[in-house]
Design a protein around this ligand. Structure first.
Ligand SMILES: [Zn+2]
Length: 434
């Protein structure tokens, strides 16, 4: 076992024990203590890193490993240090104890994403100790605030310290690279190459205020309710982006079933609980989430509001808003609560070839396939601000019965120790050879 394989679990446990819950309102402990663990472990082996606080307590750590070939563009490897909160009463273990049990490390952040944070750390320490050099510059970044939009992490760093990412053209980070076992001779590894865009929209209906006992043909509550049900009931058509089409074709092929464009459900049935990641990537979606209107039973308010969580496919943003505006009708307008881009990159090129080769070398049954995720990651910020092509690649060979998708923000989040060791080996091959 390599030194990185030996220590990756301990590093993951150490990071989980630091509560870096992000409540999204600034009330959490921040990422400073977790960043200090990273800094201390880097310092221990003589690696210099830059510590940046965007706000008091909101810690980010960045370090660059110089490559042997300065003509090659740099690769960014990033992980977030914050985690979503955990309600300890729901868990079978203390979510911040980092307990190791039955071959798993348990705790908040075990897969999202202190696993990768620890793999990055273990690998860097090993590189330094062994004096090995990658071919290209590698920029390692442990960032704050991903779980609340990256304002104090990726967004702050790209806006205020773009020089740290000089020469970076590609990135790898969370939610991809994990295995789906078809049979013992074939494991699909899902590499994330696309993400849906996000439109949290506030809908506003203006009407005529008045007494509830009188006739009123301009009722804002009625108007907002109509718009909300039109949007909530809308049947978004099946739409296959290049990534989703490739994904479904590959899964169908792996399981030996046909890909019927009119009925993709049999393919989705084959991927089990992972459908949580991809089930919503076959169309745009709109889910009404909030309603606000009125203050008294017999007073018709002059205004009523609702919030809709809209998610659009890469390449279909204009079409999405055109449909939304038709559904809103003439009496309801919309504003953005939050708006973020969709991403899609092609599943080709030297980095993809290197990921495939690294997986194959450690798992001869590996077949890598691209997929689109319905949520988003910090890769969006790095793309929007620096034009970096991002992939979800945290290599984990998972047990066949593990419900991996349920681990994300879930109760009893955990990661197999062996999967971390596998990940370190794959990343070692990828980062050193690419
Ligand atoms: Zn995450």
């Amino acid at each position: 076992m390599t030194p990185a394989e030996k220590e990756v679990a301990d590093l993951c446990v150490e990071l989980i024990r630091v509560d870096s819950s992000n409540y999204g309102d600034g009330s959490g402990p921040g990422e400073r203590a977790a960043a200090e663990v990273v800094m201390a472990r880097l310092d221990e082996v003589g690696i210099e890193a830059t510590y940046i606080e965007s706000e008091p307590g909101r810690g980010n750590v960045i370090t660059r490993v110089e490559g042997s070939d300065p003509s090659l563009p740099a690769l960014l490897v990033h992980g977030h240090l914050d985690v979503v909160p955990a309600n300890a009463a729901d868990w079978s273990v203390d979510p911040f104890a980092g307990e190791v049990r039955d071959g798993y490390i348990w705790g908040r952040g075990a897969v999202d994403m202190k696993d990768m944070d620890a793999m990055m750390l273990a690998l860097l320490r090993q590189l330094k100790r062994e004096g090995r050099k990658p071919r290209r510059d590698l920029v390692f970044a442990w960032v704050a605030d991903e779980e609340a939009g990256g304002v104090y992490g990726a967004k702050y760093l790209t806006a205020h310290h773009p020089e740290l990412f000089e020469g970076v053209t590609e990135a790898i980070s969370e939610v991809g690279g994990y295995s789906l076992e078809v049979d013992p001779s074939l494991r699909l590894y899902l590499i994330e190459t696309a993400q849906k865009g996000l439109a949290w929209m506030k809908l506003i209906a203006d009407g005529t205020a008045g007494h509830g006992s009188m006739l009123n043909s301009d009722n804002a509550v009625t108007e907002i309710a109509r718009a909300v049900s039109r949007i909530g009931d809308h049947d978004w058509p099946l739409t296959y982006t290049p990534t989703v089409r490739t994904f479904l074709t590959e899964v169908a092929d792996a399981f030996g079933i046909p890909f019927d464009e009119n009925d993709p459900q049999p393919i989705l049935d084959k991927i089990g609980p992972l459908v949580r990641f991809v089930g919503a990537t076959l169309s745009n979606t709109t889910n009404p989430t909030q309603l606000t209107a009125g203050y008294k039973s017999n007073v018709i308010p002059g205004q009523a509001e609702a919030v809709v969580d809209g998610r659009f496919l890469p390449g279909f943003e204009d079409e999405f808003f055109k449909t939304i505006d038709t559904l809103l009708g003439p009496k309801v307008r919309r504003e953005f609560v939050h708006h973020d881009i969709a991403l899609e990159t092609t599943f080709d090129g030297a980095l993809v070839e290197s990921m495939i080769a690294a997986l194959k070398a450690e798992d001869p049954a590996a077949r890598a396939i691209p997929y689109c995720m319905s949520g988003g990651t910090d890769n969006k910020t790095f793309f929007a601000d620096l034009g970096v092509r991002g992939f979800g690649f945290v290599p984990l060979r998972l047990p066949v019965d593990m419900d991996f998708a349920a681990m994300f923000h879930g109760v009893d989040e955990r990661v197999p120790v062996e999967a971390l060791q596998f990940g370190v080996r794959v990343l070692d091959r990828l980062l050193l050879n690419y």
